[in-house]
Design a binder for this molecule. Structure first.
Ligand SMILES: NC(=O)c1ccc[n+]([C@@H]2O[C@H](COP(=O)([O-])OP(=O)(O)OC[C@H]3O[C@@H](n4cnc5c(N)ncnc54)[C@H](OP(=O)(O)O)[C@@H]3O)[C@@H](O)[C@H]2O)c1
Length: 236
């Protein structure tokens, strides 16, 4: 899957400044991959610190997935690169996640939907042709994006945004039926990050190896897959 000039497998990882994305960048580098990870804006992040320690394997790019023109500019900057994997990890939650729709402001609704559904799918559509024909296009979904498993409610806006992401990914898969690519929606499980909060049962350190295992395992499996970090299929 790699080309001759770049013998190690390569990944473009969008949203790698902290949390799960940062840990994914470190884990893929440790497993011999060349990674371009993205951060937002001009500020220095832990991803930059990590790249300083592994300049042979990790480079930092800049993109805000809410800004289509930034995604197009990134596509231009990377025009002569080819990746085995594009993975869009970036995501957000509203600060008061248990607000119901009468309590959520319109701006908040738009921000979460743009970050979790429109932004990732725009990134996938704009950057997708940088990926090998038999490569993997992945986005970070959530078990909370499952409509059929939602019997407890809660986190209504977040759930809706990940369900919208899942639906858009199914639309993409339908448009590309017969493609050799793997399309992956990954539900990483509840993890202690800024987004996951302090009550999550798993640390990033505990979760990261199975998350990366699942991405590697899904490579070369054409079609759409919605799986958790144990490799179980999640119901739509
Ligand atoms: N933690 C969990 O329990 C859990 C469970 C299920 C799914 N997930 C999903 O896993 C992914 C990572 O979550 P996390 O827990 O690691 O969250 P996190 O620690 O809050 O990190 C979020 C990441 O997304 C980036 N990001 C947010 N908005 C962005 C934008 N508009 N453009 C580019 N990057 C943006 C952030 O960059 P900045 O540093 O610039 O803000 C940061 O790198 C998310 O998609 C989340 O929904 C997490």
């Amino acid at each position: 899957m790699s080309d001759i000039t770049n013998p190690s497998p390569s990944m473009l990882l969008v949203g790698a400044s902290r949390g799960i994305g940062l840990a994914m960048a470190a884990e893929f580098v440790d497993r011999g991959w060349s990674v371009i990870g993205t951060a937002r804006g001009r500020r220095r992040t832990a991803l930059h610190d990590l790249a300083d320690t592994r300049p042979d394997r990790l480079a930092v790019e800049c993109v805000d997935i809410a800004e289509a023109e930034q995604l197009r500019a990134l596509r231009e900057r990377l025009a002569d690169r080819r990746f085995d994997v594009l993975f869009v990890n970036a995501g957000t939650v509203n600060p008061q996640p248990d607000r119901t729709m009468d309590q959520v402001g319109t701006d908040e609704f738009v921000r979460v939907m743009v970050t979790n559904a429109l932004g990732p799918m725009r990134a996938l559509e704009i950057l997708g042709d940088l990926v090998a024909p038999d490569g993997l296009l992945g986005v970070m979904s959530s078990g909370q994006g499952s409509v059929s498993n939602n019997e407890q409610g809660g986190r209504e806006l977040y759930r809706a945004s990940k369900a919208a992401l899942n639906m858009l990914m199914r639309c993409h898969a339908a448009r590309h039926a017969g493609s050799a690519r793997c399309l992956l929606l990954l539900a990483p499980g509840w993890i202690r990050t800024e987004l996951g909060g302090p009550d999550a049962p798993s640390t990033v350190e505990q979760a990261i190896a199975p998350i990366v295992d699942r991405i590697l395992e899904q490579r070369g499996r054409p079609g759409l897959h919605y799986v958790d970090r144990q490799g179980r299929t999640v119901a739509w």
